[in-house]
Design a protein around this ligand. Structure first.
Ligand code: SAH
Ligand code: SF4
Ligand code: F3S
Length: 476
């Protein structure tokens, strides 16, 4: 007798790698009779794929677990059970502690155990509390099922693909080296196979993921180490793959070869996330970022030289221990000089076990709030200026979905801006030249120039690759 399929609901917190991992967990459980559901209330197994990066992120998990405990009580009254699992970075960091704080949890497993998930679920079914936060000797990617065409088809025209995981940098504020482990790269063939499957399922744009993705050094079939730039060239050869992005990069790993790839590989999108965190050399040193602001500016100059239409995004932390008004002013000045097309900003959050938590001169919440508001206002101004500078330009847009109104379609520019246009839905999946005509709320309005995909789709800037610029003054 075959059993009715069980329903799996995964709730994902945190970064894009968790999004990717949640899909892989679903892939791993599919052959064991679990099918995904979009409704948590309907699930037999709920997995919270958690994030530990800031206090708020990890505390969310415990309130959700409170709700799940209540759901399970209701279920049991109806004679049906509910299994509760915690995966991801909180699982890795807290392990047993989660079961102590939330006894309703049946299994806790870290990011390096996802290939063992079917076995862990089977053990939990037999009534055991399962906690698996080892860093196993084997490579999970050798054991996880390869991404399948039927599964990936549902995931649309853009896809994440993890190529590197873990981090050896040990910035003093950050939990990632502890939750994701030491830096490892997936083998080249494994990455290419997965990318071919994605392309066969209709994917046009790949975002390569890694905590330190530009430190990639995967082995090829001959046992030779390949860097990220070369990997991008290989991926761009796959029919159908037209756009490649990668995130997140550390400034120190922007090698000459990778910068040359930005110059020579049109498929590599001219939009780079290059976090700097602070514009103060003193704070950068205390953060153990291992570079100065001057080196950061030099790296950016080299990248912009190689790819003049490139725009930048970044991450910033305000209120790191010891940050003075003058240090913060340095951050504002760095932002004024670089002029990011967009950026993510955070208040420093003290994380247990990181060196930053032991530093004196922790900053008052009110000061953090004020600095964050100032920084956000400045960046918002630059983001608007950048969008405005796109008006009048022809940008290649990946047409992704029907638009808000009938007869419209929506897509993304090379700079990840949402673009809305008049056009038939049959254009979905193509990368078309689109003239940007206006800036809306968090999106651009465009007009399709031609309804057939040009050969060199990813270049596409009509006017000799003049860079859209975030404003007049570069350098201040
Ligand atoms: N792998 C990424 C970092 C992931 S965390 C990288 O190396 O860039 C994403 C961002 O969260 C970081 O860039 C940093 O700006 C922020 N962040 C990390 N730890 C933090 C903390 N303790 N408090 C506030 N923000 C933090
Ligand atoms: Fe965290 Fe720094 Fe590693 Fe990024 S480089 S993951 S911020 S330790
Ligand atoms: Fe969060 Fe872990 Fe990603 S801490 S940001 S889910 S690597």
């Amino acid at each position: 007798m075959t059993q009715a399929p069980k329903k799996l609901f995964i709730k994902t917190y945190g970064c894009q790698m968790n999004v990717y991992d949640s899909d892989r967990m679903a892939d791993a459980l599919a052959p064991h009779g679990y099918e995904p559901t979009a409704d948590m209330l309907d699930a037999d197994l709920v997995v919270l794929n958690t994030c530990h990066i800031r206090e708020k992120a990890s505390e969310k998990v415990f309130s959700e677990l409170g709700r799940l405990r209540d759901l399970r009580e209701e279920r049991r009254a109806e004679g049906r059970d509910l299994m509760i699992g915690v995966a991801g970075c909180v699982a890795q960091a807290e392990g047993e502690e989660i079961v102590r704080r939330a006894p309703a949890v049946d299994l806790v497993f870290g990011p390096q155990s996802y290939h063992r998930l079917p076995e862990l679920v089977a053990r939990a079914h037999n009534g055991a509390k399962v906690v698996d936060t080892e860093f196993p000797a084997e490579d999970k990617f050798d054991h996880l099922p390869a991404a399948k065409k039927e599964v990936t088809l549902a995931r649309g025209l853009t896809a994440f693909l993890t190529v590197q995981e873990g981090c050896d940098k040990f910035c003093t504020f950050c939990v990632v080296p502890y939750t994701r482990g030491t830096e490892t790269s997936r083998k080249v063939e494994q990455v290419l196979t997965e990318a071919r499957n994605l392309a066969a399922a209709g994917v046009r744009e790949l975002t390569l993921l890694g905590q330190n993705v530009n430190a990639y050094h995967g082995l090829d079939a001959a046992g030779r180490s390949m860097d990220l730039g070369e990997l991008c060239f290989r991926l761009a050869e796959i029919p159908g793959i037209a756009r490649i992005r990668y995130t997140t990069s550390h400034p120190l790993d922007m090698s000459d070869a990778l910068i040359e790839a930005h110059r020579d590989l049109p498929a590599l999108m001219p939009y780079l996330h290059l976090p700097v965190q602070s514009g103060s050399d003193r704070i950068l040193k205390a953060m153990n970022r291992r570079h100065t602001t001057r080196q950061y500016h030099e790296i950016i100059a080299r990248i912009r030289d190689a790819r003049p239409d490139l725009a930048l995004s970044g991450d910033f932390i305000v209120g790191f221990p010891g940050e003075t008004d003058a240090d913060f002013e340095d951050t504002l000045n760095l932002v004024r000089t670089v002029r990011y097309a967009s950026a993510f900003t955070f208040k420093y959050s003290m994380r247990p076990g990181t060196p930053g938590a032991d530093l004196p001169d922790q900053i008052d919440e009110a000061v953090k709030v004020d600095r964050l508001a100032q920084l956000n206002a400045l960046i918002a101004e630059h983001t608007r200026d950048f969008a405005q500078s796109c008006v009048g330009k022809v940008l290649p847009v990946l047409i992704e979905k029907p638009g808000r109104n009938a007869g419209q379609v929506g897509g993304r520019s090379p700079y990840l801006q949402a673009v809305h246009m008049d056009g038939p839905t049959r254009l979905i999946g193509q990368i078309l030249p689109v003239r940007i005509v206006a800036v809306g709320n968090n999106s651009l309005k465009g007009e399709i120039v031609t309804e057939s995909e040009p050969n060199s789709v990813s270049l596409g800037l009509s006017d000799g690759r003049t860079p859209p610029s975030a404003g007049a003054a570069q350098g201040a």
